[in-house]
Design a protein around this ligand. Sequence first.
Ligand code: SF4
Ligand code: SF4
Length: 337
Amino acid sequence: MNLLFSKIKEPEQDALAALKDLLAKMDHPFHEGDSVGIKLHWGERGNHSYLPPEYTREIVRWLHEKGAKPFVFDTTVLYSGGRRDGKDSLETAAEHGYTKEFLGCDVMIADGLEGNDVVDIPCDLKHFPTVQVASVIDKAQGFLIFSHFKGHMAAGFGGAIKNISMGFASRAQKQRMHADAFPSLIEKRCTRCGVCVDVCPTGAAQMTDDEFPTYDLDMCIGCAQCIALCPVMALKIQFSGDFKVFQEKVVETAAALWKRISERTIFINALLNITPNCDCLPGKEEVMLPDIGFIGGYHPVAIDRESLREIGENLITNTHSHVPWQRQFEFAKEVGF
Ligand code: SF4
Ligand code: SF4
């Protein structure tokens, strides 16, 4: 099935009207009474560029109209912002307007409030014999993957591939993907505020009087929370091995998952609020492009490729020049994803 576009037609047309146009054109594999999980990212606490809940409410309304029983979900994360455990994450969701009352459906943490409601599924491609994901994969009859398409500091871009990869992954699987990552300090930006030391779960980040912080790589587990929570973005991700391996691991996790959900899943990418980095970062980021609209599709690789074309690949290459994001597409092809 082909990709579907719904661009914002004129300055006066709001994005919600464009989303309604897209939904009116979309096919779906859902049956009457199917429970359909809407996978999205409701934004880290303090983030300003996440998608507002009005779009999700429209998708919920559309799914109800089709006879499905939608629910909205995300999973717990590695770092200690506002989404580390299920309780925190649901509070953050509510602060951002993602409530049952507003959306008209349940809002859930798909790997459980403690992050331990997970299953292992076969993989056996290049890096992982199995991948561990939220148990929702076996509980919902269908999925609608709703992704905010934008830049990402480690993957170059974040869209549908990342939303099913990191998005469904258990904390352990997220850690396996990040295992070779560690923080690297940009001293001229650092204000020596100590946040990175406070949030580090292992004691790897240390700071003594009158010195810049240091990061003990033997103790570092690559959780990236110091990077995500540094208020002045003075930390960047360095990979101890080949940075391409991270790209491959993200795609490999998505590919394993895709084998289980491909017959019952559709995608919508929102090309709105296109910022350099993901919605995991607190704070307000500069928007790089005027809003474009929405793309609907039936395969994560195809919809992300087209989304990149729409925003201009150079924008991602120039913004994250150290990230070999192209490897995601090469690897997807190599493993038949
Ligand atoms: S959080 Fe950022 S600014 Fe603060 S000490 Fe750490 S690296 Fe420096
Ligand atoms: S130093 Fe390593 S373990 Fe500590 S917060 Fe940063 S990435 Fe995580």
